[in-house]
Design a protein around this ligand. Structure first.
Ligand code: PHE
Length: 445
């Protein structure tokens, strides 16, 4: 990809959907969704989450992809080209958010590698003996090891981004998605048939709306933006590689649906097992990693399922990490004229360094105002920067770039999008207002 040459494009419509879904589906669905759901009380949170995905998430994703495809540039360049003024700051904020998210994302990505390896060296036995929590605790407090795996994960991410878009990303996603779906279905069967699973199903599926407060809304909103890769220009960047004849709304619908399905299925694996094995539902970031080994240990061929699962989770995390590094690199490539290798390596290295405090904080003694450094970085990115970015992107389409947005989404009038007016309306009023109210009611440290 270069400044003046032909911009690289996705091989096909399905290639784009897979790549965008590859960005969306990742640790957000399998690591973050279950533990946040557990912390915010279960089913009521899940309902709220799904509603926010399909009203606000869908609309913001459509906006981002339209912006990117029209401008054919990275997040910052797109705003410069389409409007200028202060708008490129939205893109800038996105680059910063990508930087922060990838810094700790790579730490969790490293866990998947570690778990793949220890599957064969004692994880199953520990799971069977109810000691999966000890294994997790022992690992995350071993800081040099956590940093080592973080580094390996970061290297893999840099490697793919450095090789460029089409070749790298599409190929992996085509195999990954169906495989991940398949293995989740198998795990659900095992999990819901465990003794005591019923309580977990109830927690996860039977809503108690009295549990909902302002910060439940904010948590659900942050999770929606995080999981759909929204609010930071990732979908702007991916949209910029999209061909002109693709119908954007149906692609966006499919990506939102797929991403939500994977999260809901992951919850259906985790919560029955959480209750069957007596794990604390609000246990926090370790939830998936503490629960699953026990599930695997109760399956015939447990180590095989376990290693398969952690490989798939690693690839899912990698395809998301790639999109994060791509947002940051695309900025330096398009705007600063850097070569792709330089952008990928230098930014990758900087992001790795910023992630080290997150790795250290897992041992429990690196806090910012009472939160572990990793949690603080996650809170800042997911609950502040992404929703704020999403709000500004919605306002941009709703008030500033409205007519061109209509044109872009209808492929210059050749395609009729039935919900066009509703979408513009959501961008103009509903999404910005909802996000503003959620901030106002829910934003506390
Ligand atoms: N959506 C990714 C996940 O669920 C994380 C991500 C966030 C990727 C923001 C890109 C941008 O794991």
């Amino acid at each position: 990809m270069s400044n003046n040459g032909e911009r690289e494009q996705w091989g096909s419509r399905i290639g784009f959907i897979l790549a965008a879904a590859g960005s969306a589906v990742g640790l957000g669905n399998i690591w973050r969704f279950p533990y946040i759901t557990g912390q915010y009380g279960g089913a009521a949170f899940v309902f709220l989450y799904v509603a926010l995905v399909f009203v606000i998430g869908f609309s913001v994703m459509l906006a981002e992809i339209a912006i990117g495809r029209r401008a054919q540039l990275n997040a910052v360049g797109s705003f410069k080209k389409l409007k200028g003024g202060a708008w490129p700051l939205v893109g800038w904020m996105g680059v910063a958010a990508g930087f922060i998210i990838l810094s700790y994302y790579a730490v969790i990505g490293g866990w998947t590698i570690k778990y793949f390896i220890i599957t064969w060296t004692g994880l199953m036995e520990a799971g069977a003996a109810g000691k999966a929590g000890d294994v997790f605790g022992g690992f995350v407090t071993n800081t040099p090891q956590v940093i080592l795996y973080q580094a390996i994960f970061m290297l893999a991410t840099i490697w793919v981004v450095y090789r460029g878009i089409g070749e790298g990303i599409e190929k992996y996603c085509k195999i990954l998605m169906p495989a991940l779906f398949g293995i989740l279905l198998i795990l659900i069967v095992r999990s819901v048939t465990l003794e005591g699973a019923g309580k977990g199903l109830e927690f996860y599926l039977k809503p108690d709306f009295s549990k909902i407060t302002g910060d439940t809304f904010l948590a659900a909103l942050g999770q929606a933006f995080f999981s759909l890769s929204l609010g930071m220009g990732c979908m702007i960047t991916y949209g910029s590689y999209l061909t002109k004849d693709t119908t954007i709304p149906s692609a966006v619908g499919q990506i939102c649906f797929l991403d939500t399905m994977v999260a809901l299925l992951a919850g259906l694996v985790i919560f029955p097992a959480v209750f069957a094995f007596g794990v604390e539902a609000g246990a926090g970031p370790g939830l998936t990693f503490v629960t699953l080994p026990s599930v695997f240990s109760q399956m015939p061929g447990g180590p095989i399922w376990s290693s398969l699962f952690f490989i798939l989770l690693f690839i899912a995390a990698l395809t998301s990490a790639i999109s994060l590094l791509e947002v940051v690199s695309a900025y330096f490539i398009d705007e600063m004229g850097w070569g792709r290798p330089k952008a990928a390596w230098l930014m990758g290295l900087a992001i790795f360094i910023l992630g080290i405090p997150s790795s250290i904080s897992l041992a429990g003694n690196l806090k910012i105002a009472g939160k572990d450094f990793l949690d603080a970085a996650d809170f800042l990115a997911s609950n502040v920067l992404l929703p704020l970015g999403g709000m500004l992107i919605a306002l941009f389409v709703g008030w500033v770039w409205t007519e061109s947005a209509r044109k872009e989404v209808s492929n210059d009038g050749t395609y009729e999008f039935g919900l066009m007016d509703a979408w513009i309306w959501v961008c103009r009023t509903i999404a910005p207002l909802a996000i503003a109210v959620i901030f106002w009611k829910g934003l506390k440290w």
